[in-house]
Design a protein around this ligand. Structure first.
Ligand code: ADP
Length: 492
């Protein structure tokens, strides 16, 4: 009897594979880094073959470490970095130019032109998104327009495109299945999330031929079967979701008003708003949280581009810490931030500011400032950025937030979790499994093959590791947050 699920989490900086058993417990884990390339100012690219090789490698390793045979795996789930786009030749599999990563800003000018033409509301009311280079649509247009003959080939159906989920699915099925899921589609600027279809008007504006787009499916269904050369047996792929939506499933945020916030390279907070589409008035995004049995649940999302990346910069750029986990004791050994604020707008500011041209800054430096203050400012920034999002989310969703469920590599840091609770004045709950992305897509895959029975069972499975309660007086909270607001104003 097959009773294991293999979950793939193809992230921006690494690919991971985790095998879960029928009780959603981790059986084995494997991870491999993936390189990013920066060929021009603001450009971020990856090599599709590197991504594919890393995924194959971690899946094989996870299987080996668990001492399982491929026939023990009941189903595979794929979660992926979102918005990153690949265009390739349907016959040969050759990649057109490169993979353009979500962080890439090369289409900033074009997005501004579209905005100046008054088109932002056209996109927002159909896709829930704003006109920002972050999303896949303008990147795809760039690939088509900057490659000789690409447009003609695309129109003849010789090229196909997709986000990373689609590309992996196509590779795993030996080039036979070209499909995506509703959450990944909802990040392209091309998918009408109310009518559930690729939108002809938006495709016309961006000059993208419909022929190249994948079929859109539910998050839990039969996407295809792997070829035998992937792991040695044919295995069904039955779950797929963008990483943040997968994390929302892994965090069991199934009720309206439930919120999760993930702190990895970037930070992504999503709140469940139920089955009614709602446009944000505070420059947050409306997105598909999940689509099951043809029924869509929506979320409002706040995306912050730089979270853990600021800690990486302290380590690799400034070289003032040895490793990320050291920041916890450093922040705790000083009594306050000494008036120092860091606005980590390294690649512009995301929600709720959306200023692609903003750049990072550190304010409030005096003769007393030490590297400890700068390190603490980088950690505090995560709290302030989250508070910005939460205030906007409460306004947009009309929901009070009772609890923030956190995950991602950064939340191993207790100091950050406590500061988050203090500055947002909310309870912060950290679950036992912080690999919620992989867990979420394992649930999606397992739901379809009957290993997991229902969303209710998944909710019951959610287990807390630690809860952080707010412990800061209102006046201190207000003073700290005012300092942040002032710093952001100077950066914009
Ligand atoms: P991703 O999936 O986006 O690659 P992860 O969820 O693995 O990211 O989180 C890694 C990020 O978290 C890195 O940017 C790292 O700097 C940061 N990080 C990891 N551990 C800690 C820690 N103890 N304190 C602060 N930041 C941390």
């Amino acid at each position: 009897m097959r009773k294991y699920i293999l979950a793939i989490d193809q992230g921006t900086t690494s690919s991971r594979a985790i095998i879960f058993d029928e009780h959603a417990q981790t059986v084995s884990f494997s991870q491999k880094d993936v390189n990013l390339h920066y060929p021009n100012n603001g450009w971020v690219e990856q090599d599709a073959h590197d991504i594919w090789k890393s995924v194959k490698h971690v899946c094989q390793k996870a299987l080996e470490k668990a001492s399982l045979k491929p026939t023990d795996i009941s189903a595979i789930g794929i979660a992926n970095q979102r918005e990153t786009i690949v265009l390739w030749d349907k016959e040969t599999g050759d990649i057109i130019k490169s993979v353009i990563v979500w962080q890439d800003r090369r289409t900033a000018d074009y997005c501004r032109e579209l905005k100046e033409q008054g088109l932002e509301s056209t996109f927002q009311k159909k896709t829930g998104l704003l006109l920002d280079p972050y999303f896949s649509g303008t990147k795809l247009r760039w690939l088509l327009q900057n490659t000789p003959n690409a447009m003609a080939k695309a129109k003849k159906g010789e090229l196909i495109c997709g986000t990373i989920d689609t590309y992996l699915l196509w590779k795993m099925t030996g080039g036979t299945v070209h499909a995506t899921d509703a959450t990944n589609a909802s990040r392209t600027l091309l998918y009408n999330i109310i009518k559930h279809e690729w939108d002809n008007e938006l495709l016309d504006i961006l000059e993208i031929p419909k022929e190249i787009l994948p079929e859109i499916k539910d998050n839990s269904c039969l996407f295809g079967e792997t070829t035998k050369d992937f792991l040695g047996a044919s295995i069904p792929i039955t779950g797929m979701a963008g990483d943040q939506q997968a994390a929302m499933i892994g965090q069991a945020c199934f009720e309206v008003g439930m919120m999760k916030s993930t702190y990895g390279t970037g930070c992504f907070a999503l709140i469940n708003i139920g089955d009614k589409f709602k446009i944000s008035k505070n420059k947050l995004l409306t997105t598909v949280a999940y689509q099951l049995n043809g029924k869509t649940t929506y979320a409002i999302e706040g995306s912050i581009f730089i979270a853990g990346a600021a800690i990486q910069w302290l380590r690799d750029g400034l070289k003032i810490i040895e490793n990320a986990s050291k920041t916890e004791e450093i922040a705790a050994r000083i009594s306050d931030n000494g008036g120092v604020y860091m606005v980590p707008a390294f690649t512009g500011l995301g929600a709720p500011y959306w200023d692609p041209n903003a750049r990072g800054a550190i304010f409030g430096i005096t003769r007393d400032t030490t590297t400890d203050h700068i390190i603490r400012a980088a950690l505090e920034a995560q709290g302030y950025q989250t508070k910005d999002l939460i205030s906007a989310m409460i306004e947009d969703s009309g929901q009070q937030i009772n609890e923030i469920r956190v995950d991602g590599g950064m939340v191993e840091n207790n100091w950050i979790c406590q500061f988050l609770a203090d500055i947002t004045n909310n309870t912060v709950n950290r679950p036992q499994i912080i690999e919620t992305t992989a867990l979420g897509v394992a649930y999606l895959a397992g739901l379809h093959v009957g290993i997991y029975s229902s969303l209710r069972q998944i909710s019951n499975n959610w287990q807390m590791s630690r809860s952080f309660k707010p412990d800061m007086i209102d006046s201190e909270r207000a003073e700290l947050y005012n300092g942040w607001k002032d710093a952001v104003k100077r950066v914009l």
